[in-house]
Ligand binder design. Structure first.
Ligand code: G3H
Length: 251
């Protein structure tokens, strides 16, 4: 399982760089503009320059509306600025068809510019609270639009968590559908160390976190700390070892 960490700007990205050996992807976002809030192109560029070259930089394009043209332009901005994972939160899409229309436009915009960049179609575990497309529709949306990964995060960061909205069995079905379509499966949403056993067992490819590696577990007031990133990775590694050895723990 790969570890994706979401700093809110250049300063936190520098702290991520100090913990680079413990993480796999640095994800640029602007949390005060939403769960998948988009940051400025110059911030993506600065962060690309600040983190080791062998660590991919991801950028969120935003909690986007059902406006394929607008979103395709934003996605191009992210890839031109140096991101090689482009994440789109389908916030304003109420049907799979709308999600596919947005994601097809994004895939074309991104891959015309940089064919090897990975496009991530993200839905929301708490979709029922915001009226957007059902979480289990994401793998099909991603596959039919030519994206590379399907993801779930939470839209409302109020302390509720991924498994509060999409139970582990349903997350397992999400992962199964993504893998059946040849996609990566990414899961996030106030994930804690105690969730890592289940995320490992269901075959999650990428886990995305912010709050769990911030001081006090606070994604808004706390800052990302390198030692918390190291501790989180260590717990991931422990679960991976136990999974390989066939050990099942309670969490
Ligand atoms: O993409 C990952 C998100 O930033 C997760 O943030 P969170 O762990 O604070 O919910």
């Amino acid at each position: 399982m790969l570890l994706l960490i979401s700093p809110d700007g250049v300063e936190e990205a520098l702290d991520c760089a100090k913990a680079a050996e413990h993480l796999d992807i640095v994800d640029v976002k602007k949390p005060d503009e939403g769960s998948l809030g988009a940051n400025f192109p110059w911030v993506i560029r600065e962060i690309r320059d600040a983190v080791p070259a062998d660590k991919p930089v991801s950028a969120t394009v935003g909690d986007v509306p059902y406006k394929p043209g607008t979103v395709a332009q934003a996605a191009l901005g992210a890839v031109v600025s140096g991101a090689t994972y482009i994440k789109v939160g389908l916030y304003g899409c109420t049907t799979p068809e709308q999600g596919i229309a947005v994601m097809r436009a994004v895939v074309r915009a991104v891959k015309d510019h940089r064919p090897e960049a990975l496009v991530v179609a993200s839905g929301y575990a708490d979709a029922h609270r915001i009226g957007c497309v059902n979480p289990l529709a994401l793998p099909d949306i991603a596959a039919r639009s030519g994206a590379d990964a399907a993801m779930l995060d939470t839209a409302v960061k109020d302390g509720t968590r991924l498994f509060d909205h999409v139970p582990p069995d349903t997350c397992a079905e999400f992962v199964r559908r993504a893998h059946a379509a040849g996609l990566l499966a990414a899961l996030a949403g106030s994930v804690r160390q105690t969730d890592l056993g289940r995320l490992t067992r269901i075959g999650t490819d990428i886990v995305g976190v912010r709050g769990a590696v911030c001081e006090g577990g606070d994604r808004n007031a706390g800052r990302i700390r390198p030692h918390l990133v190291a501790a989180f990775r260590s717990e991931m590694d422990r679960h991976a070892r136990e999974h390989r050895a066939g050990v099942t723990t309670a969490s």
